[in-house]
Design a protein around this ligand. Sequence first.
Ligand code: PLP
Length: 600
Amino acid sequence: MSTTDSNIPGNLYAGGAPDASALGKLANEFFAALPGGFPASAGMNPASTGINLGAVGSLPGNAIRDVQPVGPGNQPAAGKNDVLVQHGDPVDLSHPQTALHDPHLATPGRIPESVAGSGISPSAARYKSGADRDKPIGGQPMPYSFESELQELLRAIPTSIPQGQLPHMGGAGFPGSGHASSFYFLNPVFSGGTGIPFFDVNRVRQDFPILKERVNGLPLVWLDNAATTQKPKSVIDRLSYFYEHENSNIHRAAHELAARATDAYEGARKKVQQFLNASSPNEIVFVRGSTEAINLVAQSWGEQHLRSGDEIIISWLEHHANIVPWQQLAAKKDLKLRVIPVDDDGQVILEEYAKLLGPRTKLVSFTQVSNALGTITPAKKMVEMAHQAGAKVLVDGAQAVSHMRADVQALNSDWYVFSGHKVFGPTGIGVLHGKEELLNATQPWQGGGNMISDVTFEHTKYQNAPSRFEAGTGNIADAVGLGAAIDYVNRIGIDLIGQYEHYLLEYATNLLKDIPGLRLIGTAKEKAGVLSFVLAGFRTEDVGAALSREGIAVRSGHHCAQPILRRFGVESSVRPSLALYNTCAEIDRLVDAVRRLKNR
Ligand code: PLP
């Protein structure tokens, strides 16, 4: 966009950053031009509030709602960057701290009926429940922006940037992208140069082409994120770019494309290292996914170190991927598998865990987030307890990495595993993190090319990690794609994603729990991303099929976690699961569909 474009109010781009008052003027002209203008009820109409729009911004009509209580004591937990602004207060766009937060979301004692541009909450209004009024279940004010609306406006403005070059999240982060855009402030997370981020879900959704799909004539609602996440355009483009410009086998040739592919692959390893806050890229082993990573540890370290009578502890929450490999090893080596029980909310009982730990415990392996219930386990504490007993610890981060910050140094796990496809990356690629010394002291599990430093017919000398555990040609392109997915998450910020999803989780929980006959399975205090339920009188597969007819994708079944579902007396459940691109409007569609089914 040209800085001299006559359609742009003066100085909007002065100095490369939007001028606050010009931006405010632009926004207010736009909102004033909307049908109905500023809703009087919002108290933001310049005419009714006397706000000086030359210097003061406002929010678009559909972002202005009466708001409801959040958090314990109805007081939103104020983060370092949170500024609490009273309803109706002027929002001074020139003030960095107030300009970038939706004051309505940050108002003490009030949260919105609906957030994230999804409009009003028909469910909350219709059923007088849910994201409702007087019964908050905790939470935080949501950062929300009016970027989408502003973007709509800017789309109508003639621009010197050709179509197709408008920035999207994927623009940056891979060779050849190289766009430089004056629209930088329309990224999903915009700090306006202040360092204070906010989250625009409508903008985020534009990065995921598949969300435009229609299913049975209706817009797709993807609530099967615990099974796999959708991919942003940047990841899709990165894969194409690899095959169009870099494809080669790695590490073993002197030619240009081998160098490009090797750089891309090792670059991805570095991104994973930083994503997990691992000490070194050597600690990052690329595997097919969490399942393969756990099997790798079982068949290398477990095979090498565990002896008859040794004990392995897992939790009741585990995915089959963190049960079966240990069971197989236990059967082979006469080991004992012990299981930490959970309470009726699906929370690990630490006292019982403490009782299981002892001198025979050689390994503790547990999930950070349950895929069936959404429970977040007290992982750091559990690692600490295992180490005190002299055991090694594997943490299964498959369901954690897309929702919360993973820090393997802070966690102090010996191994940490996750799958790329659950964090917006490709399928067929995943990560085993292991402490470097431990990896280098562990026998390999597969032999072949790439993992050796010298081979004779009598003897083979192995490489150190990570090559030691990467025999043969790996999934090069998808590792690079995973790097792009991590770039994507980093651009938005995992903390902001977690905060947004937490809000959605509460919103959905409140609405679902009030549906007659619906029983939530898993009501832990600390949860991420998952809402498991059964509906009296309906088979879970029938609920899943009914939702699918309405374009809503949820999983129904045992979620590869039969023991934990049986702990709650069911063989299967319906499991909507959340990601950063879901909205309250989608939750409303889910709730409406379940209610309609129930009332049929
Ligand atoms: N662990 C947990 C907690 C999971 O949710 C899953 C998959 O759903 C896995 C492990 C296995 O992951 P993958 O199938 O990607 O290997």
